[in-house]
Structures are given as structure tokens and as C-alpha cells.
Design a protein around this ligand. Structure first.
Ligand SMILES: Cc1cc2nc3c(=O)[nH]c(=O)nc-3n(C[C@H](O)[C@H](O)[C@H](O)COP(=O)(O)OP(=O)(O)OC[C@H]3O[C@@H](n4cnc5c(N)ncnc54)[C@H](O)[C@@H]3O)c2cc1C
Length: 470
């Protein structure tokens, strides 16, 4: 990609306009304000963005309830007698919505405490620079007033929204996107989840644990097609053991709803009947209608904003972060891209984003957490690698806790450098951290295994796998 020179530093006192208040936007605002810039953040729906209002925070809060339910179901095996578990879905979702709202308010207060001006409204970018060398941002404020801001630096962090299929239009009652799930007052009798990527798998698992009958419709031969194959196999097995039905090689062609339920028609003509349908078929970036093309911001074929590893777009001093860039659809990556953009624009030192160092998790039960190069990617790239894996069922702490599903896998170069890792198990999203450090610092398996681990602990298995690769 070609760049005009975005690199010359604009230090303290610069005017920064940030469009979008999700993790990409609010983390950037925090960094820029701390560096002494005059920061305005414009957000159309609520500070915290989709991450806080509809995606990460509500889904993980719901999953916290399902985890607790799962632990209760396991209690008998540990000698605890628990009575019937009843899920009060109205209360669960009230808690979910309250937590999201509070988190949004907390972020707004923190930003305002740093001197960031928050405008509730929808922003567009004016083409070209004004006579003063600054870019104009036009805002239609929520109170119907209009405003124009002058900015030295612009950050686009407008996120993405659920993709909708024409023959399966969400009605908000029975055919739902993930943003509409949190108003259900009762547990669905039979939830059909269309899409078996991370979002589909997380909700399918959570609702099954909460007691709903669940059918998961996957267009592929397995669920979680983007994840480590061994991890996906465990999740599939566990899902089926818990009574979930998985329709493989099945594409949903249409979804109809009436007063009583939904009917999902698959590409082979079969019909699946349920009470509700969750559409989890991906997301599309919020990049249309912002004036971006006219402002010289280049887009990819998928409608994402083209950025480099320091979050620069192709337009002068216009940066972009998060899901609107399509780099990696993770809140953690959005936040890092936002920080990097501000460090770069305001002249601080920084490490460009390296997607290889990024850890990600699937919050199923058990969780799947991954970092670095996957086995599949290494094989596709023709790399010679060494891989070792141990099941958690052998780990003493896991035995004590009644945990049997899961493993630790380490992928190393032939020289013994840790290049990737996978943890499947309870709290895998926390346990992946030592492997993330190892990948980031290019540690060898010997260096990793030399660090002391607690006995008994699940992390002991991480060191043990590293020792196998010695
Ligand atoms: C169900 C689900 C669960 C997820 N769980 C996780 C997880 O556990 N961990 C994780 O790391 N990631 C998770 N993700 C991904 C994560 O939600 C996104 O990567 C993250 O929200 C991206 O942040 P962002 O700042 O790019 O945009 P968003 O959070 O989407 O925020 C963008 C904001 O920009 C605003 N906006 C758009 N256009 C304009 C405009 N013109 N003017 C003003 N404002 C505008 C929008 O209103 C929105 O609030 C999950 C996603 C989903 C769907």
C-alpha cells in the first residue's frame, strides 16, 4: 500500500478526533489524553462500543452464569448434593444488561476524568484538509444538533455489526442476532444456532449448559473451523456428550418464524424446527457512509479499512483500529491497534502489531486458548516443527478438580524455540499467558520448563510438555 507521510510526530496539544467508542476508540483516547492531546471521542450508541454493550461483556457475563451452572452439575461427582437447578433467565439477562451498562458508564467516567470530550452522535469525515491544514469531522449529535470539529489526527474505530442473510432476517423475537439475545425472559426451549465459529460455539455451549435443547448448524465437517483441530474435536465431543445436536456439512438456506417457533431449512432440503434461532454467520465492518473513500481512505474488497502494522490508513494522519480494519476481530487487538495509532501519531516509541503474538480464546466449556503459529499454519507454510501434547486428565490438580477434558500443546521450531501453543481446559484463557510470553520473547522450551511451577497445578502440565520437547 502507498502512504502519504503520516509519520511526522504531532506532539502534545494536538487535536485528536476518534470515531467509535469501543476498545479501539476508548483505549486510543486514554493514551492520547495521557500524552497531552486534546481528545474528542464521538460515539453513536454508547461508550464501550459493541464490545461492552452487545458482544464481549454481555456474552462473557452470560457464560459466567453457564460456567457456574456447569460447576453445580459437576458437584455430585465431588461429593456435594445439590438440588434441582433452575435458571431464572429474566434475572440472568437483567444482570447481563446491568453489567454492560455499568461498564459503559465506568469507561465514560474514566475518559472524562482524563479530560476527553465525549460526544454522543454519529460522525462523518470531510474530504480533504481545510485551509488550516486540519481535517473536519462532522457530527450529527444525538440531541439533533450538529457540530464540526477540526482534527490534526483522526482515528476510525467504527467496529462491525452482525451479518444478516436475506432469507433469515432477524425479527428480534425468535430469529436473533447475538445483539438481541439479552432481552429473552425465558430460556429458549430449543435454540438453533446457525454458524459454528467462535460466537456460534460459545452461545451454543452456554445455552446447552443452561438447559436449552440446542442444535448447532455447521457448514463445515467440524465446528470451530478456524481453531486447532484437536481442540475443536474435544469441544465437539463434549457438546455431543452433553446432548447438543450438531448438523455438519449443512448450510442454512432460510429461517422462518411464527408465533410458536422457527423453522430452519438446510441446503439438502431438511428442516430443523426450534423455538428460537441465533444467527452467528459473521460480521460486516461499519465503514459505509462515513465519507472514507472521498477522504482517501483505501478499503479492501470486504469493505474493511486497509491499515499497516502501526494502524495507518492510506489517508494523511487518518488511522484506524479494531474490527473495521479486519486485522483480527478481537477486543484486545482493537485496543492495541488504537494505542499503537496514538503512540505513532503523537511520536512515542512503539512495537508494530504482530498478529503472531496475539493470544485468543474461545469461551466454551472447556475453554480453548491459542497463541502463535498453529500446527496447520506451520504445515501450510512448509515449516518443520516439533509438537508435544499432554492431556489434562494426567494432571494431579485436574484429577482433584474432576477435570478430564483438555490438553496442553506446544509447537516449537527444530531449534526448540516456542512458536505456538494451545491450552484446552478450565481457565485456559488465563493459562495461555506463559505461552504468550514464551512466543513473544522467543523463549526456548528449556527456558520455559526451567521456570518453577506450583505443585499441584494445571500450569505444571505446561512445563511438562516443554520438557518433552527438550
Ligand atoms: C458475541 C461476541 C463475543 C465476543 N467476545 C470476545 C472476547 O471474549 N474477547 C475478545 O477479545 N473479543 C471478543 N469479541 C470481538 C470484539 O467484540 C470486537 O473485536 C471488538 O468489539 C472490536 O472493538 P472495536 O473498537 O473495533 O469496535 P466496537 O466494539 O464494535 O465499537 C465500535 C463503535 O463505533 C460506533 N460507531 C460506528 N460508526 C460510528 C460513527 N459513524 N460515528 C460514531 N460512532 C460510530 C459504534 O456505535 C460502536 O459502538 C466478541 C465478538 C462477539 C460478536
Amino acid at each position: 500500500m502507498s502512504h502519504t507521510d503520516n509519520a511526522s510526530p504531532v506532539r502534545a496539544g494536538a487535536r485528536v478526533a476518534i470515531i467509535g467508542g469501543g476498545p479501539g476508540g476508548y483505549e486510543a483516547a486514554t493514551v492520547a489524553a495521557r500524552m497531552g492531546a486534546h481528545v474528542t471521542l464521538i460515539e453513536a450508541r454508547g461508550v464501550g462500543g459493541s464490545a461492552v454493550l452487545t458482544d464481549v461483556v454481555p456474552s462473557k457475563t452470560l457464560i459466567a452464569t453457564s460456567e457456574q451452572t456447569h460447576d453445580t452439575q459437576l458437584a455430585g461427582a465431588l461429593g456435594i448434593q445439590v438440588g434441582d437447578v433452575h435458571i431464572d433467565m429474566a434475572r440472568v439477562n437483567e444482570r447481563v444488561r446491568d453489567l454492560a451498562r455499568t461498564q459503559s458508564d465506568d469507561i465514560r467516567a474514566a475518559l472524562q476524568g482524563l479530560g476527553v470530550r465525549v460526544i454522543d452522535g454519529r460522525a462523518t469525515v470531510a474530504p480533504g484538509l481545510a485551509g488550516d491544514g486540519r481535517r473536519r469531522i462532522h457530527v450529527e449529535c444525538s440531541d439533533t444538533s450538529k457540530e464540526s470539529l477540526a482534527a490534526d489526527i483522526v482515528l476510525l474505530a467504527t467496529g462491525a455489526r452482525p451479518r444478516e442473510l436475506p432469507a433469515a432476517t432477524p425479527d428480534g423475537h425468535r430469529i436473533l442476532t447475538w445483539t438481541q439475545l439479552y432481552h429473552l425472559d425465558e430460556l429458549p426451549g430449543h435454540l438453533i444456532v446457525v454458524g459454528s465459529g467462535v460466537t456460534g460455539a460459545e452461545f451454543a455451549g452456554a445455552y446447552r449448559t443452561l438447559g436449552a435443547q440446542v442444535t448447532l448448524v455447521s457448514s463445515r465437517d467440524r465446528i470451530l473451523p478456524g481453531e486447532d483441530a484437536d481442540a475443536a474435536e474435544i469441544i465437539e465431543r463434549v457438546f455431543e456428550e452433553r446432548g447438543m445436536r450438531i448438523e455438519r456439512h449443512s448450510r442454512a438456506m432460510s429461517v422462518r418464524s411464527d408465533d410458536d417457533g422457527v423453522v430452519v431449512t438446510l441446503d439438502d432440503g431438511r428442516m430443523v424446527e426450534g423455538t428460537h434461532c441465533l444467527m452467528a454467520v459473521g460480521a460486516i465492518p461499519n465503514t459505509a457512509g462515513l465519507g472514507l473513500e472521498e477522504a482517501g481512505v483505501e478499503m479492501t474488497e470486504s469493505g474493511h479499512i486497509r491499515v499497516d502494522r502501526v494502524s495507518r490508513t492510506t489517508s494523511y494522519r487518518v488511522y484506524a483500529a479494531g474490527d473495521c480494519t479486519g486485522v483480527l476481530p478481537l477486543a484486545s487487538v482493537a485496543a492495541q491497534q488504537g494505542r499503537i495509532a496514538m503512540w505513532h501519531a503523537l511520536g512515542d516509541s512503539l512495537d508494530p502489531l504482530n498478529p503472531e503474538d496475539v493470544a485468543s480464546a474461545v469461551f466454551t466449556s472447556p475453554e480453548v486458548a491459542t497463541v502463535g503459529t498453529s500446527e496447520a499454519a506451520a504445515e501450510a507454510a512448509g515449516l518443520t516443527i516439533r509438537v508435544a501434547r499432554l492431556p489434562l486428565a494426567r494432571n494431579p490438580r485436574a484429577k482433584m478438580q474432576g477435570v478430564s477434558d483438555g490438553f496442553v500443546k506446544i509447537i516449537a521450531s527444530t531449534a526448540g524455540v516456542v512458536i505456538g501453543g494451545v491450552v484446552v481446559g478450565p481457565h485456559a484463557s488465563d493459562l495461555i499467558f506463559p505461552l504468550t510470553l514464551a512466543v513473544r520473547r522467543r523463549m526456548t522450551v528449556d527456558e520455559l520448563s526451567a521456570a518453577s511451577t506450583i505443585y499441584p497445578s494445571i500450569s505444571g502440565t505446561i512445563a511438562e510438555v516443554a520438557r518433552i520437547l527438550h
